[in-house]
Each structure stands twice: as C-alpha cells, then as structure tokens.
Design a protein around this ligand. Structure first.
Ligand code: C5P
Length: 222
C-alpha cells in the first residue's frame, strides 16, 4: 500500500471560535462552526499525519482517532498551540479567534443597573498564528483570511505581516460560502503566487488544501 503525503509529519490545527468570558454566565464569541478546521484535521489524518486539533467550543463531534484538545479562550488556545510546538511540522490556523477579550472577568454575574448605556472595556488578544510564525524553527505556517473586500490584497498583506507561509483567503461577504456554511471557495496565496479553488464542500476542499500544503511544505528547503 501507498503511504500518505504527510506520513511521519505532525500537524497542529486550530478550529472553531473562542469564548471570552465577561462574567460566570456571559461571553463574547462569534458564529464560527469549526467545520473547515475539523475537515482539515480529517484530511491531514487521511494523508498520514499525526494531528493535534485545538478546538474552541463547537457542536461537532470530536473526530475519531485524532487528538483533540478543547479550549475556551484565545489565551487557552495559544497555550495549547505552544504545547509541543517543537515537534510540529505544519501549523494551520483555522480558528476564528476573538480579537479582543474583556479587560477583566467579573467574579459575579454583572447586574443590570438603571443606566441606559453600558461600556465594556476590551483588551487585544494575542495573535496565535503570528506568535507561532515568530518562533525560531517555526513550522510551515498556514493562516486563513476572511475578507469582505479586496480579498487578495488583504490576504497578501496578512501573509507578510504575520510571517506566514500560506494564506487561504475567502470572501465572507457571500452568504452561500464560508462562515457556518457547508461549502467554501478559496484562493490559496503563497509568496510565489495565488491559485483559486472553485466552490465545493468543505470536506473536498480540505483534501485539496492538504494536497497544496503538502506540496508547498518542503522540509529540505528550511
Ligand atoms: O488578522 P485576522 O484575524 O484576519 O487573521 C486571520 C488568521 O489569523 C486566521 O488564520 C486566524 O486563525 C489567525 N488568528 C490567530 N489569532 C488571533 C487572530 C487571528 O491565530 N488572535
């Protein structure tokens, strides 16, 4: 039998949203379903990789035979991403990480008062994929760019700014694809060019993306 394109490789994948607590019963989050990240984890495992899936809270069942670490906040996701990173060959950041978290988590449930306007104070979360990509001996690092306009321009900016090896860009202004949908259409951007993959199921797209990543990942050149 044939061995897969990623046999012997370790792949870390972040997936789903993060939850940033305000108090014991409330949080700030987003509508990420985790479908794309989970499909990538499945496809990477099918290609022979040892996969660590680092997942925010989602309703998907944990994939069979894949090490899945569940986290809540961006800070927890960062910690889980750095754990064992020295053994990671390819890091794929598919999570929709909350950009900001409340400056403090209230110990008790925040009470409603008489005021009509309430202010929340937020502080920027660490950028997980940029932190990984800033490491010495960094893994081949892949990010996602969800944009509503100038998709390619912003994706290329992000590739450079975050020191990534590949960006998978998609247009989230369309509601038939992307966030929370079963289908997606993306453009794969690397330092050597861009290629658009037509709309298909996230499962099929994941297999194509893992193929692209395996082709681009050249351990000998590192
Ligand atoms: O900057 P932006 O949020 O558009 O970048 C998206 C990419 O960066 C995704 O790959 C996402 O998983 C990653 N990201 C991250 N940590 C953050 C914000 C984004 O890893 N705090």
């Amino acid at each position: 039998f044939e061995s897969g394109t990623l046999t012997g490789k370790t792949v870390f994948i972040t997936a789903g949203p993060t939850r940033e607590a305000l108090d014991p019963v409330r949080y700030i989050s987003n509508h990420s379903s985790g479908k794309m990240g989970y499909a990538l984890a499945q496809a990477a495992a099918e290609a022979g990789a040892k996969v660590k899936l680092i997942s925010g809270p989602v309703t998907l069942p944990p994939p069979a035979r894949i090490e899945t670490i569940t986290v809540e906040s961006a800070q927890e996701m960062l910690e889980a991403s750095l754990q064992g990173l020295a053994h990671c060959d390819i890091f794929i950041a598919a999570a929709a990480v909350a950009d900001y978290r409340p400056t403090a988590v209230s110990e008790h449930k925040i009470k409603k008062g008489s005021e009509e306007i309430m202010e929340l104070h937020l502080v920027k979360n660490p950028d997980i994929v940029a932190t990984v990509a800033s490491m010495e001996n960094k893994p081949f690092t892949v990010g996602f760019a969800a944009e509503t306009r100038d998709v390619l321009k912003y994706a290329k900016d992000k590739l450079t700014r975050k020191n990534l090896d590949m960006i998978i860009a998609n247009d989230v202004s369309r509601n038939d694809i992307g966030f929370n949908s079963d289908e997606n259409a993306v453009t794969v951007v690397t330092h050597s060019g861009a290629e658009t993959l037509p709309q298909t199921s996230k499962r099929k797209l994941a297999t194509q993306l893992i193929d692209h990543i395996a082709n681009q990942y050249t351990p000998l050149a590192r």
